[in-house]
Design a binder for this molecule. Structure first.
Ligand SMILES: Cc1cc2nc3c(=O)[nH]c(=O)nc-3n(C[C@H](O)[C@H](O)[C@H](O)COP(=O)(O)OP(=O)(O)OC[C@H]3O[C@@H](n4cnc5c(N)ncnc54)[C@H](O)[C@@H]3O)c2cc1C
Length: 503
């Protein structure tokens, strides 16, 4: 039976794992070991709607405490400066599949009325510079599906505080050697980790080790030699140059911006006090200095220091081997174009906790196999979805983008692209083409395919009556969104009530 879990790593992956295990697995004691000399990666600011679901719905953490500690801003989706057409939105809401009175087809088939760039309420809020609808009593309506922009340092500090409050023991020390040996923690005898030796001389044992050591993958990758599946045939970028400036009079929209750059793309993330920008690029096409110069040229307000972070796009061949489970960058990484790292961490943490709780801390061979299948598929799904961002973006004709359009492998995205090309944005039989576990679904795929103007055979010339009904609906949604609250108003409201309505 697994009685003691040891989490190696005190970044967002390590603390999210520790909290989830401490909260959801009765009888398990949890310890975190983190190095005072090897820092956390310190980036990771965008999230998806899976993140608040994990914290508040699955774990039941106190939302008020989170808001007060992390001071997030809200994110309803992504604004894409992408493809040769106009900018478009990818909202965290089902807008392609929503039936609308008076229309015989789903929204994606109708032309956007003049001056509108939304298909539904969430994209309308983003387009109008709003975050939430205003309720009759003046409060923001938080029901709109949303995620957060958060600063990594504040998030890690908050997670550490929650971990301590749940009785998680935190040890500062650097692992200098890893002892390996046979284990039965995966339901059968396999090679695993028997102890970690710290620079303090302490020797730590556990029944289960969670490897959240970041890119080095100290336990699964280095000690157990689990192989890596490279994603570089789909994702060519391997570095990012990051900078920020202090917000002055800029509005704070409720979306992340993803902007096409000469040799990659750049995020723009809106914090209350800071505007953060990061240029993700491929070192095969541009040097660090040239990338930094392009970022500064396109962002004249960026006058302070920048820093460069290198990465590789990959996942481990297996996420649970012997008595070691990898979570976060230690198990896989893709560039943050859809801000999926914290989402992947949340899924890994919840499936691990569920497996341990469901098996009364005695996981079986089949449960471990399912864990591995689910989590490796999760990473591959993300790789597939990102691949279509590169393969079909025809905004620029630089060598990087030409190479993307001719060489990016789209793997599991191919059936969705084929279906879209033949049927247009039809959402029929969605569950047969994309597994229900695919976190992007047709909504995500069609936002990107239609937004990038990928041609399809099936278009719809709507009769005048239908086009009129559509224009009226879009107009109504636009008016509703325009009457909503912007980020500054919602922050003002939250401050007034002590950062949480009722808190
Ligand atoms: C450029 C870039 C942009 C990103 N943007 C986003 C984003 O917008 N959204 C998103 O969700 N994610 C994003 N990410 C990913 C995100 O930053 C990480 O996935 C997330 O923070 C988890 O990191 P981690 O905890 O796995 O690793 P880290 O933060 O690197 O933590 C590793 C931990 O392991 C410890 N450790 C390592 N070796 C040892 C040792 N030998 N002994 C003891 N302790 C050890 C360290 O001390 C540290 O505590 C981005 C990543 C990059 C590179």
């Amino acid at each position: 039976m697994i009685d003691r879990a040891l989490v190696l790593g005190g970044g967002s992956a390590g603390f999210l794992a520790a909290i989830t295990l401490a909260k959801k697995v009765p009888g398990l004691t949890v310890r975190v070991v983190r190095s005072p000399t090897i820092g956390v990666i310190g980036v990771g600011e965008g999230t998806t709607a899976a993140f608040p679901r994990h914290l508040f719905n699955y774990q039941g953490l106190d939302a008020g405490d989170f808001y007060r500690s992390v001071q997030p801003t809200w994110k309803l989706g992504i604004r894409c400066i992408w493809g040769s057409g106009p900018d478009f939105f990818y909202p965290f809401a089902e807008e392609f599949s929503r039936p609308i009175d008076g229309l015989t087809k789903k929204p994606g088939f109708y032309d956007a009325p003049e001056g509108s760039d939304w298909l539904g309420p969430t994209s309308a809020l983003m387009s109008k510079g709003k975050v939430f609808a205003r309720q009759p009593d003046g409060k923001p309506d938080l029901k709109t599906p949303h995620a957060f922009h958060i600063e990594n340092e504040l998030l890690v500090g908050y997670l550490e505080k929650v971990a301590r409050s749940l009785g998680v023991e935190i040890t500062d020390g650097t692992v200098t050697s890893v002892e390996t040996g046979p284990t039965r923690a995966s339901g059968r005898e396999e090679a695993g980790v028997s102890a970690l030796v710290l620079d303090t001389g302490e020797r730590l044992t556990a029944d289960l080790f969670v490897d959240a050591s970041g890119f080095r993958s100290a336990l699964l990758g280095e000690a157990l030699g689990v192989g890596r599946v490279s994603y570089t045939d789909s994702l060519f970028c391997d570095r990012a140059v990051i900078g920020r400036w202090e917000r002055t009079d800029e509005p704070t929209p409720a979306y992340t911006t993803a902007e096409t750059m000469d040799h990659g793309w750049a995020w723009r993330i809106e914090h209350e006090r800071w505007v953060n920008r990061g240029y993700v690029f491929s070192s095969s096409f541009v040097s660090d200095d040239e990338a930094e110069a392009e970022l500064r040229r396109k962002n004249p307000k960026l006058t302070g220091d920048t820093r460069v972070v290198g990465f590789r796009s990959y996942r481990l061949e297996t996420m649970w081997s012997g008595n070691v489970v990898g979570i976060g960058n230690a198990s896989g990484f893709v560039e943050p174009l859809e801000a999926t790292a914290l989402q992947a961490i949340c899924v890994q943490c919840s499936t691990l906790a569920d497996v341990l709780a469901d098996s009364s801390r005695e996981p079986t061979v089949s449960l471990v196999a399912h864990y591995n299948r689910y989590n490796t598929t999760q990473w591959d799904d993300i790789r597939d979805f990102l691949s279509i961002h590169f393969r079909y973006n025809d905004k620029l004709d630089t060598p990087f983008w030409k190479a993307c359009r001719s060489d990016v492998a789209i793997h599991g995205a191919q059936p969705v692209v084929d279906f879209y090309r033949e049927n247009g944005p039809s959402t029929l039989l969605a569950g047969l083409i994309l597994a229900p576990t695919n976190s992007f679904g047709f909504q995500g795929y069609y936002s990107m395919l239609a937004g990038q103007r990928v041609p399809c055979d099936r278009t719809y010339d709507a009769p005048a009556g239908e086009q009129q009904a559509w224009s009226q609906w879009i107009g109504k949604v636009g008016d509703w969104a325009a009457a909503g609250m912007d980020t500054a108003e919602v922050i003002g409201f939250f401050r007034g009530v002590g950062w949480w309505p009722g808190g």
